[in-house]
Design a protein around this ligand. Structure first.
Ligand SMILES: *Cc1c(COP(=O)(O)O)cnc(C)c1O
Length: 375
């Protein structure tokens, strides 16, 4: 059996090696390492894939979130509503800009923002909401957008884990996650569903005004070289990364299908088990399975992780400490009651999921998970 990894980037690379190697060498030979055609081409192709007017490539998914927030001209003391149950980047950038992160609970089935909780958390200071399409499934965007519109609040979708995911509205229309809010952000970190071979990120919007503003912010606050209008940052997508991502983009849908195949295998193996809850599939969204995450009931999670490790099976806890319990936010309000978040942080475990898992590996993983949970 091939060794099992959380993400197998090596095998995936082997399948595209000739095209990727050529694309990288072309950049090396052009000696145009910053900007240039590959960046513009990839941005255009990604825009077409997502169905969005503007794609602004940047250095990583965290920068993408920061630039998006900066474009909203928020003032210290303003509030941004985000889930506590997410990767730290989502909330860290809020605090970095001296804006108050307001944490809300998540839905226990989708792991995404609970829209009723958002409703209760809105105050006159609320200027933005940042939903996270966690693990690869969409937040319930239709009621969220209605709520945001009614209160004139901007919505920034953190789409780092769900690129390629489709959300279906009640009228049957479908939109890609990251294109529903005012701004969408994503990451091309190697392990993400569309991963580069280094850091990378992108911001998307249909708004010409926001797009122009974010391009300026990402480029030292400047539209014209050496003339700086606002305080900005330096955040660029590497030319080599853009060339690699442009080769991988046409394969994204098949990558998503391969992840779903592995997820289906897991679902079947664990179906009906009293101690294992498999991911709930929302009827409003497909799942792109950035993570395959189980909820354990009455299972020693650390024990399971340690046991799997002895069988050469990696498993991860995403995330062991929720945002509202992180020390970094001590200067902000930390007195939150988020029962679903706390429930999930103590019970979730993510199994290996990627595009290269074979049946032998899946059988090995599921049999050992069951072996431990049946004790
Ligand atoms: C990965 C990730 C980010 C940050 O992306 P980087 O490219 O690593 O900066 C932000 N939000 C979520 C939910 C993520 O999973």
């Amino acid at each position: 059996m091939r060794p099992i990894q959380m993400v197998d980037l090596k095998t995936q690379y082997q399948k595209l090696k000739p095209q990727i190697d050529k694309a990288v060498i072309d950049v090396l030979e052009s000696a145009a390492f910053i900007g240039g055609k590959p960046v513009a081409t990839f941005a255009e192709n990604l825009g077409n894939y997502l169905g969005i007017k503007h794609v602004i490539p940047c250095a990583n998914g965290t920068d993408a979130l920061q630039i998006a927030l900066m474009a909203l001209d928020l003032q210290p003391g303003d509030e941004v509503i985000t889930p506590s149950f997410t990767f730290i980047a989502t909330t860290e950038v809020v605090a970095l800009l001296k804006i108050k992160p307001v944490f809300v609970d998540v839905d226990k089935d989708t792991f995404c923002m609970d829209i009723d909780a958002v409703k209760k958390a809105i105050t006159p200071k609320t200027k933005a909401i940042v939903p996270v399409h966690l693990y690869g499934q969409a937040t319930d965007m239709e009621p969220l957008m209605a709520l945001a519109k009614a209160h004139n609040i901007a919505v920034i979708e953190d789409n780092a884990q769900a690129i390629g995911c489709d959300y279906t509205f009640s009228d049957g229309s479908v939109k890609k996650t990251g294109t529903i809010g005012d701004i969408g952000t994503t990451s091309f970190f190697p392990s993400k569903n569309l991963g580069g071979y280094g850091d990378g990120g992108a911001i998307c919007t249909d708004s010409d005004t926001l797009a122009a503003k974010m391009r300026i912010i990402a480029s030292h606050g400047s539209a014209k070289r050496y003339y700086h209008e606002v305080v900005g940052v330096n955040s660029r997508l590497d030319t080599i990364q853009a060339a690699i991502l442009d080769i991988k983009l046409p394969h994204l849908d098949e990558y998503i299908a391969a992840r779903n195949q592995a997820a289906d295998y897991y679902d079947k193996a664990f179906a009906g088990h009293p101690k294992i809850k498999t991911p709930v599939r929302s009827d409003k969204s497909n799942h792109v399975f950035h993570q395959y995450t189980l909820i354990l009931e009455g299972v020693d999670r650390d024990g399971l992780q340690a046991y799997l490790s002895t069988q050469q099976i990696p498993a991860m806890i995403y995330y062991p400490v929720p945002g509202h319990r992180q020390q970094m936010f001590a200067a902000f309000e930390t007195d939150y009651d988020l029962p679903v978040t706390d429930y999930l942080t103590s019970r979730v475990i993510s199994l290996p999921i990627h595009t290269e898992l074979d049946e032998q590996q899946l059988a090995h993983i599921t049999s050992h998970v069951l072996e431990f949970c049946n004790r």
